[in-house]
Write a protein that binds this ligand. Structure first.
Ligand code: GS8
Length: 219
């Protein structure tokens, strides 16, 4: 007997979107609990006392933390439908390598663009495009990162796409002009219900970024 899982997340969180996409791909119904990251709930602090961050998946009363670990857990527990990780150990290791690369690079570049101005922002934009080109190279001419089917790496990267509009407006540049194949891949992913349902509205993300810039005196 298993309980309906609970997902603690916050709407702008790309990490939370990963978990939402994975649950949707598997057709799992779950309880979505929206957290206010400026005033975290006692339940979040109890479920993730170490990092105190979202997302957290609570399954059978037990917490699973860290988005990539959550996606892998979902894939292992509900393994009969829509496998996300490749079955071949080498391919699985490669998918994990690239997901780790995304975690180490993409988040910092995106934050670097909207939290800075001038030379610092130029450097963040340059790095962002370099990273996107590396990922575009890994995608190659494939439909999805893992080949013909949507999988773990797609889930890991596509949530960042709903932040592209905000950082492009802040930095006055176009990702599509420099990485057309990567943006075409993101649009292809958006055709999936699981992705379209899970990603936040780019305008809403941009408005949040403008509010945060004001709050943090970034002019
Ligand atoms: C990152 C989670 C995270 O940064 C993961 O799950 O993959 N490596 C983790 N979550 C943010 C929201 S998204 O920017 C968060 O919860 N921040 C609250 C805080 O730092 O206090």
């Amino acid at each position: 007997m298993t309980d309906e899982p609970i997902l603690l997340t916050a709407w702008p969180s790309f990490f939370g979107m990963r978990a939402r996409i994975a649950l949707d791909e598997k057709g799992i119904s779950y309880q979505h609990r929206e957290e206010n990251l400026f005033d975290k709930s006692p339940f979040l602090l109890q479920m993730n006392p170490i990092n105190k961050k979202v997302p957290v998946l609570v399954h059978n009363g037990k917490p699973i933390c860290e988005s990539l670990i959550i996606v892998q857990y979902i894939d292992e527990v509900w393994k009969d439908k829509s496998p996300l990780l490749p079955s071949d150990p080498y391919q699985r290791a490669q998918a994990r390598f690239w997901a780790d690369y995304i975690d180490k690079k993409v988040y910092n570049c995106i934050n670097g663009i909207w939290t800075t101005k001038g030379e610092e922002q130029e450097a963040a934009k340059k790095e962002f495009i370099e990273v996107m080109k590396v990922l575009e190279g890994e995608l190659g001419d494939k439909l999805y990162f893992g080949g013909d089917s949507f999988g773990f790496l797609d889930v890991s990267l596509v949530p960042f796409y709903c932040w592209f509009y905000a950082v492009e407006k802040c930095g006055n540049f176009s990702t599509e002009a420099q990485c057309p194949k990567l943006v075409a891949w993101a649009k292809k992913c958006m055709e999936r219900q699981s992705v379209a349902n899970s990603l936040s509205d780019p305008d809403k993300v941009y408005n949040l970024v403008l509010e945060l810039e004001k709050m943090n005196d970034i002019e």
